[in-house]
Write a protein that binds this ligand. Structure first.
Ligand SMILES: CC(C)(COP(=O)(O)OP(=O)(O)OC[C@H]1O[C@@H](n2cnc3c(N)ncnc32)[C@H](O)[C@@H]1OP(=O)(O)O)[C@@H](O)C(=O)NCCC(=O)NCCS
Length: 157
């Protein structure tokens, strides 16, 4: 099994992450996606802004002994012991290897133990089969759904 780590996103991570913003495969099933070319400068500006915000915590997903940075996982809209979860793996060669499952478990542990959250929720498009399987495996359950998306919830305990 690959070693998976999460660490707080750092200002310099834009040097790698901007490339992922311009890959339509990654954003095919996500709720929001860039509709302009994301340059290193744009990604840098955005990253510098969001890592300072107090109502969210963003992590880099890293693998192997050299801690290669391959994707992002985060909790946003932290309020009243609740937060919204998001994930993407930008290096597509690492899809389907169980990395998102490991990273999600690490984030949920952080959310419950460190951030003292009681509820972590997410929105996923119904056709994002890999993501839905991932969430069910990690303990999220269906809450509400409409024609296109499902809201899922992870409750501590
Ligand atoms: C969704 C995503 C995070 C999954 O990451 P991953 O590391 O490939 O996921 P895992 O390897 O941990 O697999 C999780 C489950 O999905 C399944 N899965 C992975 N790729 C799949 C695919 N292409 N089709 C169907 N199932 C798939 C796995 O088999 C596993 O389920 P199982 O254990 O029951 O077999 C990754 O595909 C991604 O970054 N996609 C683009 C961004 C995105 O859609 N984010 C989610 C927005 S809600």
């Amino acid at each position: 099994m690959l070693k998976v780590f999460i660490r707080p996103l750092q200002a310099e991570d834009y040097r790698i992450s901007y490339k992922w913003r311009n890959d339509p495969d990654i954003w095919k099933y996500t709720g929001s996606h860039p509709d302009v070319l994301i340059t290193p400068e744009l990604e840098k500006e955005w990253l510098h802004k969001v890592i300072k915000l107090h109502n969210q915590i963003r992590f880099a997903i890293c693998v192997n002994d050299d801690h290669e940075y391959i994707g992002n996982i985060q909790l946003t809209d932290i309020k009243d012991r609740k937060a919204q979860y998001h994930i993407f793996i930008g290096e597509k060669k690492y899809w389907g290897k169980g990395i998102a499952t490991q990273a999600t478990k690490l984030l949920l542990e952080y959310g419950v133990k460190k951030a003292k959250l009681s509820e972590i929720y997410l929105y996923v498009q119904k056709n994002n089969i890999a993501a839905i399987r991932l969430y069910i495996k990690c303990g999220f359950t269906y809450k509400i759904e409409d024609e296109q998306q499902i809201m899922m919830i992870y409750k501590h305990g």
